[in-house]
Unconditional design. Structure first.
Length: 55
């Protein structure tokens, strides 16, 4: 699915908010998978904001 299709459902000045955790930036034992997924969500959000945000 094209990510630009999602922008049709946003209001003017709308926001997409992702909740994450501080675990993504920490080094806790036995949290590698959890931190990896949270890190991916945070990076995806940053990249999508650059691609779809106002210039």
């Amino acid at each position: 699915m094209d990510k630009k299709l999602a922008t049709k459902h946003l209001n003017v000045n709308g926001r997409i908010i992702n909740f994450s955790t501080s675990v993504a930036g920490q080094m806790f034992p036995a949290y590698s998978l959890y931190a990896g997924f949270k890190g991916a969500v945070e990076q995806f959000t940053r990249q999508l904001a650059k691609e779809l945000g106002w210039k």
